[in-house]
Design a protein around this ligand. Structure first.
Ligand code: XMP
Ligand code: MG
Length: 173
């Protein structure tokens, strides 16, 4: 059985999401916003963040990318598994990610989304994990920063397990 240490408890998650939602609501006041969640990891984060926004017009869509392999090291071979359905041309978009690690997934997804001609694209991540960053990605809205480690829970998985945990844990294999 793996060894788990809690790094973000329920209260902290709630507090950080409220804070982030308040900043986004101020930044996008009076504008229409499209949240694009990155499946599967961002499903809980997006659901909680979206409910805290105090904007009148928020659209929600999802896409899914995958890197080959099911281990804990991000691969550089990224493929698009599911594309967005909403037309984002001329729209303000925020990509909502669970965790940014090397940044390769996000840079791939942002380049892809730009081909649809949105008027702006920003990034919101539950966790910014900085140690292994390879792509020059700016994460505009961050709930929590960590240096390193493999995290599970609150959407994050290890081989598809543990996504349902309500808190975020550091997992020692
Ligand atoms: P990159 O390296 O492209 O990776 O920024 C982003 C994706 O890699 C997965 N990832 C993790 N998944 N715990 C997880 O459950 C982690 O600590 C972790 N680090 C990276 C995740 O799918 C993320 O979207
Ligand atoms: Mg992910």
């Amino acid at each position: 059985m793996p060894d788990f240490t809690c790094v973000l408890d329920k209260d902290k998650i709630k507090k950080q999401i409220s804070r982030t939602a308040e900043i986004i609501s101020t930044d996008y006041r009076g504008r229409e916003l499209v949240l694009v969640g990155v499946l599967k990891g961002a499903f809980l984060f997006l659901a909680d963040l979206a409910r805290e926004l105090t904007l009148e017009r928020v659209k929600i869509d999802f896409l899914q990318a995958s890197s080959y392999g099911a281990d804990t090291v991000s691969s550089e071979n990224i493929v698009l598994k599911k594309d967005i359905d909403i037309d984002i041309r001329g729209k303000d978009v925020i990509v909502v990610e669970d965790i940014v690690d090397t940044g390769l997934t996000l840079s791939y997804l942002i380049a892809h989304l730009k081909t649809f001609g949105p008027s702006s694209i920003k990034v919101c991540a539950m966790i910014d994990k900085k140690e292994r960053r390879k792509a020059a990605i700016h994460v505009d809205y961050v709930c929590c920063s960590v240096e390193k480690g493999f995290l599970v829970g609150y959407g994050l998985d290890y081989a598809e397990d543990f996504r349902n945990l309500p808190q975020i844990y550091h997992m020692k294999l």
